[in-house]
Every structure is written in structure tokens, then in C-alpha cells.
Unconditional design. Structure first.
Length: 424
């Protein structure tokens, strides 16, 4: 099978394969976005064994990577890999390890969602999609490199353009320095020009847009402003909104203390992102991250069960659970610390949200590293237009200043100060 033989599309608010509505039951597996430049867990476990486990319980993997990695795919060596456990990875570059991962997924019928999770591998998650070290032109080049390398790999099905815009990231205000909606459209054009069959996943923002006064949101967590300022792509049937949402284990939001919790949550989810599906037309929705420790009988377990049931009740069939890794400090993982034994109660929760996951075909793929000259991108925005951002807007945010409000044409309710929430 080649890339041209497998393509998903969006219609009527859902993701389809040919004429079949699909269910993506996904999991996040992180590591490539870190300074290890390798999947975590390979220091003690064989990658093929972890892929076998993933294929038994999921049908897709969201793969975080950094812009730094994308720009140096074959110029870096991965670290923290036990080559006695993973002899097939001996001597490979980071890019070649990513290739082996993609190939292993294809053989098992696992889809891959590429996720630009960070800019610098050793850094945190920035508020915006660019930085002084990695300007937008570098982000565009990184995405073009990844899209070209895997354009013929049928199981690499989508691009998650930027992980968790937050802080001074805005939506629809027309400020070129902060408007994530405008940036997402620019990045998507580059990705689709390189690989037109990919779905485009666009996360939300945290602070700016049409949520109720004083209501807290998650990083990348709401797309409310898309009601008035939607994403416009050059290719129809490719847009998937992909918010992130968490429960009390990650941060104790005020609404978790409501006497009606967890029954108060569906209304909040509907305001933040559920309205997209409830309109039953246009783009699809896929939760890019949700999860937590979910200790039995605790509030987070109640929250996760409520979300799982709400997803089913509202026909939201696609999500990626955070995460496979046990070394996620605020959520733990599907796997326990031995990287082998699962937390069965978490598998049960994910299964409750995805009672009928789609079975994909299986087949070989052959990634192809593009020549450097193929990856060059002409900037769509004059770098001078950024005028010192993101440092300037980050400083304002730290001082308590709010980002510019969504203009009247793109706003449903007034701008309100929202609480900063720290995720990965």
C-alpha cells in the first residue's frame, strides 16, 4: 500500500475513510520532542514490543517531536536507547529511528499523527508557535521536511500543527504576532502543498476568545472563537479541531469544586469545543490529549468516566489519550513504571470512550528523506512584522496584561481574564 491508496477526509463533522465514519482510538507516546531525540522507554524496553502492545489496545499514535528535531533529522544521534534491547536501532540517526517507528506502526495497522510539540528539544512548551531561536520560517521548513519525508507513508495521516498555544496566543484578533488562527492557516498551506492527503489538526488557545467571564481553560483547550473566526484551508475536507482537556489530577480548576461535579462538565465541554460536533457540519473534532492518574474512586476517575460517556453520547469518536509513558509527572501513563504492565482501569476508560475503533489495513511503507533544497520555504509574513515578539507579548502577559480581544466580528462574549494553567 502507498500513501495514495489511503486517505482520510472530513465531512459532516466526522472523519471518514472512503464512505465509512471512523473511530480513532489513539494514544500519545512522547520522547522525540525531548533532548533524547528518541522515544522514551527504549532505555529498558524493545520498541517492537511497545508497538505490539499499542496495536493490541489502540489504532493510532500521536508522535510528539520538536522543530529542532525536524530540522536535524539525519544530523543527530538519538540518546538513551539500550541497543542491547533494541539492536536494530544501533548506529541510526534520529530520523532513521523515526522511520523505523513509522514502519513498525504500518506493519501493525497503527496510524501516526505528527505533532510539533516543542520548538527547542531542551525547552518547555512556548506560548506561541515560534520563538527568537525558531522563527516562523524555521517552523515552516520543519513541517515541510516532515511532510515530504512521510508523504508516501499511508499510515502517517495527519499533522498537529502546534502543541498547546497558551498565554498571549490569540484567535481571530488579526495580530500577526499572536493570532494562532492566522498562523495555523499559513502552516497548513505549507503542509498541504507538500502532502495534500494529510488531515490538519488545529488546537485551540487558552485565554483569548468566547468563553464565559472568569472561566479557566486549558493550554490549547478551547476553540470557541472559531464560531466567528473559523480556520480556512486551501483544501476542503481536511480540518480537524483538536483541543486538549484534563481533569483534577493535572490542575484543580474552579469548576471541579462545583457541588454538581462531574455533572456540570458537559456544559463546559460544549462551550469550549463540543459545539463543533453538535453543529454536525463542517470540521471534525478529535481530542488530542486527555488523561490523568484516574485513581479508582477519586475525582479524576469520575471526570474521565464522565468525559468518556459524553464523547460517546455526542458522537465524538476520535481522541488520543495522554499517554503511553509512565514518566508523565502529572498524569502517569497507560503503562506502569516497568514499561510493560498496563493500568487496566485506564485501558477500561479509554475502551469506554471508543467501543468500536476502526481497524486499519497493514502494510509496508518507505520513508524518503527529502533533499535540503526541497525543504526551503519562502516566508508568508515579513519577519519584521513580528516586531520583537514573542518576548514582548510574553513580558506583557507576565505583567498581567491581557492579549488583544477578538474583534466584534469574531467575538460572541467579551474578553475576560483567565487563569494560566501549566501542562507539559
Amino acid at each position: 500500500m502507498c500513501g495514495a491508496d489511503f486517505e482520510l477526509h472530513v465531512q459532516d463533522g466526522g472523519i471518514y475513510w472512503r464512505s465509512e465514519r471512523v473511530s480513532i482510538k489513539g494514544v500519545n507516546w512522547f520522547g522525540f520532542e525531548t533532548a533524547d531525540f528518541a522515544l522514551h522507554g527504549l532505555w529498558c524496553t524493545n520498541m517492537q514490543q511497545l508497538l505490539d502492545f499499542s496495536a493490541q489496545h489502540f489504532n493510532a499514535i500521536r508522535l510528539p517531536f520538536s522543530c529542532e528535531l525536524a530540522l536535524n533529522m539525519d544530523g543527530r544521534q538519538p540518546g538513551n536507547i539500550d541497543t542491547s534491547t533494541n539492536p536494530e536501532l544501533q548506529g541510526l540517526t534520529t530520523g532513521q529511528v523515526v522511520d523505523r517507528f513509522v514502519q513498525g506502526c504500518a506493519r501493525r495497522g497503527l496510524l501516526v499523527l505528527l505533532d510539533m510539540h516543542r520548538l527547542a528539544a531542551a525547552g518547555g512548551i512556548p506560548e506561541l508557535w515560534y520563538s527568537a531561536e525558531y522563527p516562523e520560517s524555521a517552523v515552516l521548513q520543519g513541517w515541510k521536511t516532515m511532510a515530504l519525508r512521510y508523504k508516501d507513508c499511508w499510515n502517517v495521516f495527519a499533522a498537529d500543527l502546534n502543541n498547546e498555544p497558551h498565554g498571549c496566543a490569540s484567535w481571530g484578533d488579526g495580530n500577526v504576532r499572536t493570532d494562532w488562527r492566522m498562523a495555523a492557516e499559513r502552516i497548513a498551506r505549507v503542509v498541504l502543498a507538500a502532502s495534500p492527503r494529510l488531515l490538519i489538526f488545529v488546537e485551540g488557545v487558552e485565554r483569548n476568545g468566547c468563553v464565559q467571564p472568569g472561566e479557566s481553560c486549558w493550554w490549547g483547550g478551547h476553540v470557541a472563537a472559531a464560531q466567528k473566526a473559523p480556520i480556512r484551508l486551501p483544501v476542503e475536507g481536511k480540518l480537524v479541531y483538536s483541543p486538549h482537556v484534563y481533569g483534577p489530577d493535572v490542575h484543580d480548576q474552579p469548576y471541579f469544586s462545583d457541588p454538581s461535579f462531574p455533572d456540570n462538565m458537559p456544559e463546559i465541554w460544549s462551550r469550549h469545543f463540543g459545539f463543533i460536533k453538535q453543529e454536525r457540519h463542517g470540521p471534525a473534532i478529535c481530542i488530542g490529549e486527555w488523561g490523568g492518574w484516574a485513581k479508582q474512586g477519586g475525582k479524576d476517575a469520575q471526570w474521565q468516566l464522565k468525559l468518556a460517556d459524553w464523547l460517546v453520547e455526542n458522537g465524538i469518536t476520535d481522541s488520543f489519550y495522554w499517554c503511553l509513558n509512565p514518566n508523565s509527572g502529572d498524569t502517569g501513563g497507560i503503562l506502569q513504571d516497568d514499561w510493560a504492565t498496563p493500568h487496566q482501569h485506564k485501558l477500561d476508560i479509554v475502551g469506554r470512550a471508543h467501543p468500536n475503533p476502526t481497524k486499519w489495513p497493514k502494510g509496508e511503507v518507505t520513508p524518503a528523506a527529502p533533499a535540503p533544497e526541497q525543504c526551503q520555504v519562502e516566508a508568508a509574513v515579513d519577519p519584521a512584522d513580528f516586531r520583537g515578539a514573542p518576548a514582548a507579548c510574553a513580558a506583557k502577559a507576565a505583567a498581567g496584561a491581557q492579549p488583544a480581544p477578538v474583534p466584534a466580528a469574531a467575538a460572541a462574549v467579551p474578553q475576560s481574564p483567565l487563569q494560566l494553567v501549566k501542562c507539559r
